[in-house]
Design a binder for this molecule. Structure first.
Ligand code: TGC
Ligand code: FAD
Length: 389
């Protein structure tokens, strides 16, 4: 009998409508043409043509695609998730570019910005003509952003920002940074054009993960901004955490894309690699690995689709997003590692996508809330006991 693909085994296509299948195919085609042929090279050199990619992704319409108005497509959350899945099947770094642009920087402006902020930035960001970044993490405050030291002080009508942000995706290429800072009234967000005097961004080098992505340190030294730079709708830590909900949701789907790319690689390789005079796919131990990986892949995809449908119908509580991020990134990483064993020595090279995905997923496990933070969020919801502090 002809082999059946994991998606067909789970009858995934029947769970999607025509528009969702069309969006999925369009993004898959663009990834096949513009990402797959080049991504191993970008990963190896640690350099990627981010500007051209942003414009291509803008033409594709995925930058802020789930937002309404201002040049954004206003698709469902599920459709956005499916796009993230296809992008991350190419590389987590490409999905990161889209997450940070659409779900963090654009979402912050869309949800909390003034009409002037929206008019000024959103259409250009949706088109990929302006790149955004999101500065929450600091050198000494990652999981605990409440402790941030970056400050915004009033000086007459102006704001003056001082501080350092760390591990900021797109930081040194961005035209605009959404920066979170302490004020006398608590945490507030600011729209900072990166050309403002006192703003500098330094590329973080020597990464072993997310190498096809730009990660930077932001230094703000006396960055003077007009009163209008503050995001009027963001009050307290719920401002940045509200943006993280959007980006984490994209990762719930995205991680499944990286897992699929590994699983399909494993099936293909095992079918053609011959040892002891037969394809290794014919050995029971290999089949057990493929079966277990397919189970976890399918369960992760079904969970993502369920969360997508729930978000589109009624919205998601933070702990529900944590369920998806914790499970799907953890299982994707496990699938990448098991695939690596099936590929033997070939698995450690960039000839195959597997080690690249595995290394990327180490970052995905940590950013947007570590797996421990998501476990604690779920634990808090189940027990009513807060165990962070
Ligand atoms: P806590 O006291 O629980 O809450 C403070 C205020 O925030 C509200 N809140 C939320 N609001 C919206 N969405 C959520 N998920 C929320 N969680 C909490 C809460 O109701 C409260 O509101 P209010 O009005 O009473 O003030 O906060 P806490 O300080 O105890 O921290 C909670 C914790 C640990 C869960 C949170 O700090 C956290 O999530 N930490 C992880 C930090 C993180 O994820 N950073 C990510 C940085 S961005 C990034 O990684 C981009 S990677 C690139 C890419 O995406 O590709
Ligand atoms: P820490 O918070 O120091 O945690 C270290 C370990 O301690 C983790 O295992 C953690 O789970 C554990 N831990 C901490 N507190 C507890 C506790 N209470 N209980 C149990 N365990 C605990 N940030 C941005 O703001 N914008 C970006 O664009 C961005 N992009 C990123 C891109 C990459 C490639 C990476 C790697 C990170 C990026 N980040 C970004 C930062 C990311 O969000 C943080 O790395 C993450 O939130 C974790 O913070 P940390 O690295 O300081 O780890």
């Amino acid at each position: 009998k002809a082999p059946v693909s994991p998606d067909d085994l789970f009858e995934i296509d029947h769970l999607l409508d025509d528009e969702e299948r069309a969006i999925r195919q369009t993004v898959r085609d663009v990834v096949a043409e513009h990402v797959r042929p080049h991504v191993a090279g970008w990963y190896e050199t640690g350099e990627l043509p981010l500007r051209e990619l942003a414009l291509e992704l803008g033409r594709l319409g995925v930058l802020g695609m789930h937002l309404e108005g201002y040049g954004c497509a206003g698709t469902s959350a599920t459709a956005y998730g499916l796009a993230c899945l296809e992008l991350e099947a190419g590389d987590s770094g490409i999905r990161s570019l889209v997450s940070v642009q659409g779900s963090l920087a654009m979402y912050a402006i869309w949800a909390y910005g003034s009409e002037e902020h929206k008019q000024e930035w959103l259409p250009r960001m949706a088109a990929g003509e302006a790149v955004g970044c999101f500065g929450l993490t600091e050198p000494d405050f990652g999981s605990n952003p409440a402790g941030m030291r970056t400050v915004a002080r009033r000086d007459g009508d102006d704001w003056v920002l001082d501080g350092t942000k760390m591990w900021i995706t797109n930081g040194s290429v961005a035209e605009v940074a959404v920066v979170w800072a302490q004020t006398d009234e608590g945490v507030r967000g600011f729209v900072v054009p990166t050309a403002t005097p006192g703003f500098t961004a330094n590329v973080i080098k020597h990464k072993m993960s997310l190498r096809a992505s730009v990660t930077s340190e932001l230094v703000l030294q006396g960055v003077r901004l007009p009163a209008s730079a503050q995001l009027p709708g963001a009050v307290g830590l719920s401002g940045p955490l509200g943006c993280l909900n959007e980006a984490r949701f994209g990762i719930v789907f995205g991680a499944v894309g990286a897992a699929r790319d590994c699983l399909l690689t494993a099936i293909d390789y095992a079918s053609t690699r011959v040892q002891f005079d037969r394809p290794i796919a014919g050995f029971q131990l290999t089949q057990a690995k493929l079966a277990d990986m397919t189970l976890e892949y399918g369960k992760a995809l079904l969970l993502a689709l369920h969360l997508g449908r729930t978000k589109d119908r009624a919205g998601l509580a933070p702990a529900q997003i944590s369920l998806g991020k914790l499970n799907n990134v953890r299982e994707a990483l496990e699938i990448a590692r098991t695939t690596r064993t099936i590929l033997g020595a070939n698995g450690i090279t960039l000839e195959y996508p597997v080690m690249r995905h595995a290394n990327n997923l180490e970052s995905v496990l940590t950013y947007e809330g570590t797996s421990e933070m998501h476990a604690l969020t779920i634990g808090q919801t189940l027990t009513g006991q807060q165990a962070f502090r």
